[in-house]
Design a protein around this ligand. Structure first.
Ligand SMILES: Nc1ncnc2c1ncn2[C@@H]1O[C@H](COP(=O)(O)OP(=O)(O)O)[C@@H](O)[C@H]1O
Ligand SMILES: [Mg+2]
Length: 253
């Protein structure tokens, strides 16, 4: 799998009778930006959780750089070079923004042992995500968009080769959205491989090189943004519903 960084075969997660993710095959090329879309409850977050090890697979296998990672503990997977953000942000409470991100630098792939070096690295990451002016405030006082960027900063601090982003644009205004899109593109140009889940269609279609569509736990389509936009099954399962909602909104106003 020379040009592949991540590969999953028949990846499955069941919760009782519920097939949250069902026999999904996927791969991610080195240096790629891969988007994952699908309706609420489609299994997107569950899939990311299996990749980074926070949820064990019910069946199937996942490989990262030719090494089997399914079955490994999350901290081992992080050390190998995968880090993620969480849809429901979980910062360490009672700590400042700077402290929250510095922890990532101390525990990631490059495990910086020196607190001062970790702090310098942290400052540069906070600058990257536009949170420098917030470094000394406690995480509780951040708004949603800032919390999402804190999550992103924490993921970056681990110095990953592969970053998994779960709805980092949620709660962002137009300006913040563009900032995150530019940031994702910049990280990708710097060599990071990125997998992102996003509901903001314009953003994910604009930034992704390839898109996977999940529906009821299954992969129903895969292709370029253009192919996905014109895929009848995707329109029926997901895009159609969203377009209908959009039309509904316009009709109300
Ligand atoms: N820990 C859990 N226990 C039971 N059911 C879960 C759990 N996590 C997710 N689910 C269910 O699995 C399905 C997929 O959820 P999720 O992966 O969060 O979807 P998405 O991120 O695409 O909105 C949903 O029906 C959800 O309710
Ligand atoms: Mg989700």
């Amino acid at each position: 799998m020379n040009d592949l960084i991540l590969r999953g075969t028949q990846v499955t997660k069941t919760f009782g009778a519920l097939r949250a993710v069902w026999k999904v095959d996927f791969d991610v090329k080195k240096g790629e930006i891969l988007g994952i879309i699908g309706p609420n409850g489609a299994g997107k977050t569950t899939l990311l959780s299996m990749v980074n090890g926070t949820l064990p697979l019910s069946s199937g296998e996942i490989f990262f750089k030719d090494q089997k990672i399914s079955g490994l503990r999350p901290y081992r997977i992080a050390e190998l070079g995968i880090s993620r953000t969480f849809q429901v942000v979980k910062p360490f409470p009672g700590m400042t923004v700077l402290e929250n991100v510095a922890i990532g630098a101390l525990f990631g792939k490059d495990k910086i042992k020196n607190a001062k070096v970790a702090q310098e690295k942290t400052r540069s990451i906070l600058e990257t995500v536009n949170l420098s002016n917030r470094e000394n405030v406690s995480v509780e006082s951040l708004n949603i968009s800032e919390r999402k960027r804190l999550e992103l900063a924490r993921a970056l601090a681990m110095d990953p080769d592969l970053i998994l982003l779960d709805e980092v644009m949620a709660g962002s205004n137009y300006y913040e959205l563009n900032l995150i899109m530019e940031l994702i593109q910049k990280l990708n140009e710097e060599g990071k491989t990125i997998v992102l889940i996003e509901h903001v269609m314009k953003a994910i279609m604009g930034v992704s090189q390839r898109i996977i569509v999940l529906h009821h736990g299954q992969k129903i389509a895969e292709g370029t943004p253009e192919e996905i936009r014109n895929n009848d099954e995707v329109i029926a399962a997901y895009l159609g519903e969203r377009y209908a909602k959009m039309r509904g909104k316009h009709a109300e106003s």
